[in-house]
Design a protein. Structure first.
Length: 199
């Protein structure tokens, strides 16, 4: 678990990494940071402009040290999200930066796929759906923002994977859940808070 100061550090790092890359084309790591940021950790960086998503890329699995994952995910969210044109430096004045630090995914095991909705808690869980080489991930804050129940959340994660909405009812689908601590700017470049997700 991270405290608010550590969360603020990561959000500021994400913004600084984007702005530095857009200015110089270079990536750099901070000189000093908390030791725990050396631990591998899954992370996503989300950019929003007004109420609209402007970029969201990350690493579901703990493969990179957290500090490195934040820098990489931040720059990728701004420049490489295939759903959006690249962000420019001027635009960063209007963009809010959010960092989600993930727990390792845990496979949900069921005898009957119809039991999945009972094992998914909206506001706590993010989901990963995997089937036949396809995969999709939705962060825990997404169903809260869209006011989905657990069943709709499962359907939407399947669709994010490029699968049919009811793919979660297949016996050979893999569904994993994870939780996240989410730190976000209240206004672009402004004060940072921890986002409470529980519904």
């Amino acid at each position: 678990m991270l405290n608010l100061e550590e969360g603020r550090f990561l959000v500021k790092l994400a913004r600084k990494s984007i702005e530095e890359y857009l200015t110089t084309g270079k990536k750099s790591m901070p000189g000093s940071f908390p030791e725990k940021f050396r631990e591998p950790c899954g992370v996503f960086v989300t950019l929003t402009k007004g109420e609209e998503l402007r970029g969201c890329i990350g690493f579901p699995l703990p493969r990179l040290p957290l500090i490195e994952a934040v820098v990489e995910a931040a720059i990728s969210s701004a420049r490489s999200d295939p759903r959006f044109p690249p962000v420019n430096l001027e635009e960063m004045k209007e963009i809010k930066v959010e960092v989600s630090v993930l727990t390792p995914p845990e496979l949900i095991r069921v005898k009957d796929p119809r039991d999945y909705p009972k094992l998914v808690k909206v506001g706590r869980d993010g989901l990963i759906v995997e089937w036949g080489g396809f995969s999709g991930l939705l962060l825990p804050q997404v169903p809260v923002e869209w006011k989905w129940d657990a069943e709709e959340f499962l359907c939407q994660t399947c669709m994010k994977a490029g699968l049919g909405a009811d793919c979660w009812l297949r016996k050979d689908v893999r569904i994993s859940k994870f939780s996240a601590q989410v730190f976000t700017e209240i206004e672009p470049g402004g004060e940072i808070e921890e986002k409470k997700l529980e519904t």
